[in-house]
Ligand binder design. Structure first.
Ligand SMILES: NC(=O)c1ccc[n+]([C@@H]2O[C@H](COP(=O)([O-])OP(=O)(O)OC[C@H]3O[C@@H](n4cnc5c(N)ncnc54)[C@H](O)[C@@H]3O)[C@@H](O)[C@H]2O)c1
Length: 350
């Protein structure tokens, strides 16, 4: 697959370029960024551009769009217009309407839209999904998801936290990965009830904390928190409780706990996984090594998706849209005090 990268010089864009170079089934077709100097620095022999028309004139099959969300819509629409598949960073767009237009363009062009919810591939979270699917913890009763960090000191740019261009606060930033994780585990989210606070950082429209309950179509609930006031630092966690046990996955550090029992309340067996190789690698090098490994897996699945692959875990266009819709629904519910119902989107068929 010949793949172009838009936003190639960014923190994540550079990692996306590296994964394409390392993927045997992919070739870096072209790169684009805001200045020629930035674009050329990430070109690795491929043509570099600052102009979308010239970039899209290069023969290619797909683009990875790793710009901030608020500039993504025209880039996605032009790519679909040109008949390309798109792998978009998260969130798909900073508005529900923009996300819907992007998805509609993908469907109109019968192209695949993949979303950069790479935490699905973090070993601890993939293990949670595996355990759920194995039936080891019995019938699923409820799940808990959590994503947070210290908030404003983490950000370098306005688009990361100012609601006019970010969409909102913790829900749209660190929280969006765990919104997707909840949907990934529940199958779908069709009901949302939430509360939100803005007491600490006081950025208008950008919640410091959002707490919510999501429900799957069959009524399985998820308890959710996205926060910009986790003074302990960057943390994400998922717990799934079933009739015969529970499984927990967390990062950072990467770890799992699995408790199983023959019958509710029976003798328990506990398994812990600590991923020491990952913890040591991150200490010696960077958290980026873990993100990079997940991007690598995500790219392989994106290629498989466009090739008609099945049984994949990549987030599709419906996952991209639903994560944004749920973030907006939590804010709406916090405003009205009422739950918000959403239709069951299911899997995306281009
Ligand atoms: N999946 C993850 O774990 C993860 C982590 C961090 C950020 N992100 C997401 O990745 C995206 C990029 O984040 P980042 O931290 O790399 O930001 P960044 O600012 O480092 O990079 C963005 C790049 O896009 C370029 N750009 C902006 N507008 C452009 C345009 N119209 N055309 C071409 N290039 C353009 C910028 O010049 C910059 O090089 C965001 O959507 C962010 O939310 C994802």
């Amino acid at each position: 697959m010949r793949i172009g990268v838009i936003g190639a010089a960014g923190k994540i864009g550079q990692m996306r370029v590296a994964t394409i170079l390392a993927e045997p089934k992919a070739e870096l077709a072209a790169v684009m960024d805001m200045t020629m100097e930035k674009a050329r620095a990430q070109a690795h022999g491929a043509p570099a551009f600052t102009d979308l028309g010239s970039f899209l004139a290069v023969p290619m099959d797909a683009v990875v769009i790793s710009t901030p969300a608020h500039v993504r819509e025209p880039l996605c629409l032009a790519a679909f217009e040109r008949g390309l598949h798109v792998l978009s960073e998260k969130p798909l767009h900073h508005t529900v309407e923009g996300s819907r237009r992007i998805l509609a363009a993908a469907k109109a062009g019968k192209r695949h839209l993949g979303a950069g919810f790479n935490m699905r591939y973090y070993p601890a979270f993939a293990y949670v999904k595996d355990v759920m699917e194995s039936g080891k913890i019995g019938e699923i009763d409820h799940i808990r998801v959590y994503g947070g960090h210290e908030g404003l000191p983490k950000f370098a740019f306005d688009w990361e936290y100012k609601s006019e261009i970010s969409g909102g606060g913790a829900l749209w930033d660190v929280g969006i990965h765990m919104t997707d994780m909840a949907r990934h585990l529940l199958g779908e989210i069709t009901e949302v009830y939430g509360v939100a606070t803005e007491k600490v950082w006081k950025v208008p429209g950008s919640e410091d904390n959002a707490m919510a309950i999501f429900k799957s179509p069959s009524g399985v609930p998820a308890i959710y928190q996205a926060t910009w006031t986790d003074w302990k630092g960057y943390k994400s966690a998922v717990e799934v409780y079933g009739s015969h046990g529970m499984v927990r996955g967390a990062y950072a550090p990467m770890e799992n706990m699995l408790i199983t029992m023959e019958k509710p309340g029976g003798a328990t067996t506990t398994v812990r996984k600590r991923y020491l190789d990952i913890q040591i690698r991150e200490k010696l090098r960077s958290w980026k090594t873990t993100a990079l490994a997940s991007f690598q897996r995500e790219l392989a699945e994106f290629i498989a998706l466009t090739d008609g692959g099945t049984g994949l875990r990549i987030a599709d266009g419906h996952a991209a849209l639903r994560a944004v819709e749920v973030a907006a629904a939590v804010t709406e519910s916090a405003r009205t005090g009422l739950p918000v119902k959403l239709e069951n989107l299911g899997a995306m068929v281009p």
